[in-house]
Write a protein that binds this ligand. Structure first.
Ligand code: ZN
Length: 290
């Protein structure tokens, strides 16, 4: 059941849960995400970053769309961290139903101008738009966009940005970082800030860099208005940890012998996240609306 992010998150917003957005850049991760979401009867977001899109090549999106049309839970196909109009246009032409424009490192006026331009283009063709305020941290060169130091959202900017741009969802920097946290770095979520932002705007809020934060903090964030949480490193790490273990048998070379155990390992993590976001069983809420 392929839909836009706006429709997908409207139900999450009304029912106070968060939909997981899993980043994927190969068929195995796609398959694991589909299986876990169907087993948990959870809505889901297939997230693909422009670097991932360049790696898998646009033809991969044809497979993703076919799977999205067949999957038995609500889904949207989302461009994660688009940074240029060219990337946004390519994603729309590929068939994404949602795009993110991340101009968060630019001054507010420039962020507003480019986000508004993306909204004007995307809404014409019924594609949803996610914007970002503040900047999410990064932990390693393998992780997605981010700054070494997290710049927390200025709550005063939130209403201005949402009203001026017309974005459907907003990613807010409240203390998370992309990638896996090193042992000496503890993420610190500013839940007080999230509460203030939720009170100011009525659109669904998004948490990036959701891998590795304490479960209690994530559960609290969901209660306080987060309706989409991005998970990338946690599922990929589980997948490749198992891969390394399986490949310690140096005689193995057949993909269908190697990958099933890796898919199962990533599915365990996906199931845990779906439960933590209170999304288990929530696909039924969408059937009621149909
Ligand atoms: Zn992100």
């Amino acid at each position: 059941m392929l839909m836009t992010m706006k429709d997908l998150l409207a139900v999450a917003h009304a029912n106070h849960f968060a939909v997981p957005a899993f980043n994927m850049s190969n068929n195995m991760l796609l398959r694991g995400v589909i299986e876990a979401s169907e087993e948990a009867k959870s809505p889901v977001i297939f997230a693909i970053h422009p670097d991932e899109l360049a790696f898998v090549r646009p033809a991969f999106i044809k497979t993703v769309i076919e799977e999205a049309n067949k999957i038995r839970v609500p889904v949207c196909i989302h461009l994660d961290h688009g940074s240029t109009i060219k990337q946004i246009m390519e994603a729309i032409q590929c068939g994404f139903t949602s795009v993110m424009i991340d101009a968060s490192t630019r001054p507010l006026e420039q962020n507003i101008a480019i986000s508004k331009q993306v909204v004007d283009i995307a809404h014409c063709v019924n594609v949803s738009v996610e914007g970002e305020l503040g900047t999410i941290g990064t932990t390693s060169p393998q992780a997605e966009a981010g700054t070494d130091d997290i710049i927390y959202v200025n709550p005063a900017d939130v209403e201005t940005y949402v009203q001026a741009t017309g974005v459907d969802t907003l990613a807010v920097a409240i203390g998370t970082a992309h990638g896996l946290y090193p042992k000496d770095r503890k993420p610190k979520l500013r839940l007080d800030l999230l509460k203030e932002i939720s009170a100011r705007v009525g659109i669904p809020l998004v948490l990036h860099g959701g891998s590795g934060n304490p479960d209690e903090e994530i559960a609290q964030a969901v209660k306080l208005g987060i309706n989409k949480i991005n998970i990338s490193s946690d599922i990929k790490n589980a997948f490749y940890l198992k891969c390394r273990e399986v490949l310690s048998d140096t005689g193995l070379y057949e993909p269908l012998m190697i990958y099933p155990a890796c898919i199962d390992a990533m599915k365990k993590v996906a199931h845990h996240k779906i439960d933590l976001f209170d999304a288990t069983g929530k696909a039924a809420l969408y059937e009621c609306r149909a």
